[in-house]
Design a protein around this ligand. Sequence first.
Ligand SMILES: [Zn+2]
Length: 293
Amino acid sequence: MSHLESMIAANLLTGNLPRTTGEVSAQFLEGARKALDIYRSWGAPCDVSLASFTPVVHKTGGDKVACFFTLGVDSFYTLIKHIDEIDDLIFVENFELRLSSHVREKTVATIREVAKHYGKTAVIERSDIRSRLDRFVDWYKYGHGPALASVALAHEAIYRKVYIAASNTMKIIQKCSSHPHIDPLWSTETLQFIHDSPITRLEKLRTIGEDTFALNLLRVCYQGGEYNCSKCEKCVRTMISLRLLGLQSTAFGKMPPLADIAILSRKAAETTNWPVWAQNIDETEALLKALKG
Ligand SMILES: [Zn+2]
């Protein structure tokens, strides 16, 4: 079986599609056209045509189920929610550019530890997709969704279903390349992509909090210098959520002083992360109301 679907997903936005009339899953081709329409409506430079490929129906595929796994809140929740179904945890080492070598090593070792603990298999991948896509498009807005799909499509012979954990709720859906309307479009007749659980991080943390092993291995920091720096916007946002839920995780340090949190909040208000902070505030008010009631 060719991996044309994988190459197409990786190159839709670079404009460098394989020059071939090769056979491609009919369902995938239709989905890729719809994905292109969405990206174009967001203003992406999608000067490609899929007309040369020959659509075929894939009849045989794999039987395993996987989820992309980074040790973060979203993917830990997806793993726990579908623990009976998932066989493999896929981590793509070089999709996170900022990771220092020691954090990268610790992350891979921890993912292997998690896989062993739950009786799963850790699949550690390396890929040059990010370095190629970064030259053309914004990774968050256009890159990482099709890049994840591309990695899984290269293993279409192994998997029948792959979960991509949702990063946002349905309430605050952003122009993000891993999107509830886009992720399923990468599916073929034999491999189904699921954009999983677009619910709040607080709800996800509540579930993760019931599993101390998972809670103590959470990794959310994007600074890359430490497992969790406990100082950046995302670390602090997660620590506040844990505090709200009355949970403690040994993966984080001490909560920063309130003055520092206020500064971070103001910074976050100037970034695209503001909707996620606002979600935290909404949840806080609801939680306080419930406690009072
Ligand atoms: Zn951090």
